[in-house]
Design a protein around this ligand. Structure first.
Ligand code: ZN
Length: 288
């Protein structure tokens, strides 16, 4: 939260009040919202490393998963699976991601054959303190888990469930680490199982850690098609076009420009060095 405050202090012009993304990628503009003006909206960066967008991403996932899991997956039993890379890779975070991508594919194929049906999931990568990545996955295999009797015969209390042993054996045979975990997501206090599952998933998504380093190599969050990613914005039927920025000439030619993200009319005083939106000078260094 300290980072967030520092970040926002740099964007004084009302931005921090509305908690707008400080890394605006571009503007979307339309002349069709109101006929007498140019309407612009700021497109946020959506990065997990952005202090504003990470919070908004998380909320969007919470809403999306809550809706999907309570409606389309109503009555489904969930399990939560953790997969790691082998210990010798833990000093190289990037290598753990590369390895986990392969392990995840192999694991999913085996699980699907074993279950004899399609398995639905939401998975996410999470960076641990050491920098090594883990995969946490919410999977609709709770009913399979429940079919196995729990046997407490091993000295290691972690190995109490046959599926835990199966998971360890499977993962180590396909290049994963032996550190892994499967547990059922149980309903809490009579609440819905789906909401308990969402709470699990969201708590791991919130640990965005140092994800920035690997975003080009892997998706941080993966879902099966039946769960789906975050919904796109609804189509408005209006024509919008992307603009990197506006110049003072745009203001002169359109007469009125309205920034709906800032909920204000754009005045000539809002332009900085002739451009709008006014960004951190670092972003515009080459223009001056
Ligand atoms: Zn952002």
């Amino acid at each position: 939260m300290i980072a967030l405050k520092e970040h926002l202090r740099k964007f004084e012009k009302g931005v921090f009040v509305l908690k707008l993304c400080p890394n605006i990628r571009m503007l979307m503009a339309s002349t069709e919202v109101k006929p007498d003006r140019l309407t612009v909206a700021r497109m946020r960066c959506k990065q997990w490393t952005c202090p504003v967008c990470s919070v908004r991403n998380l909320n969007a996932w919470r809403v999306h998963l809550s809706k999907t899991l309570t409606k389309r997956f109503s009555g489904v039993l969930w399990a939560f699976v953790t997969i790691t890379a082998p210990g010798h890779l833990h000093g190289e975070p990037e290598a753990t991601v590369t390895r986990l991508q392969v392990v995840w594919k192999r694991f999913y194929d085996i699980l699907r054959r074993w279950a004899g049906r399609k398995v639905s999931y939401v998975y996410m990568y999470e960076a641990h303190g050491s920098g090594a990545y883990h995969i946490h996955a919410l999977m609709d295999i709770g009913a399979i888990y429940d079919k196995w009797p729990v046997i407490y015969v091993w000295a290691d209390p972690r190995r109490h469930h046959p599926m835990q042993i199966w998971l360890e054996d499977t993962l180590t045979s396909i290049g994963g680490g032996w550190v892994c975990d499967i547990r059922r997501v149980y309903t809490l206090n009579g609440g819905s199982a789906a909401m308990a599952a969402v709470a699990y998933a969201i708590s791991y998504m919130a640990k965005s850690g140092s994800w920035v380093k690997f975003k080009k190599h892997a998706r941080r969050i993966g879902v099966t098609r039946d769960i789906g990613g975050l919904p796109k914005l609804p189509k408005t039927g209006l024509t919008w076009f992307p603009v990197r920025e506006l110049s003072i000439d745009d203001l002169i030619s359109h007469g009125t420009i309205e920034d709906v993200s800032m909920r204000r009319k754009v005045l000539s005083g809002h332009f900085e060095h002739g451009y709008y939106p006014p960004l951190d000078p670092d972003h515009r260094g080459n223009k001056e």
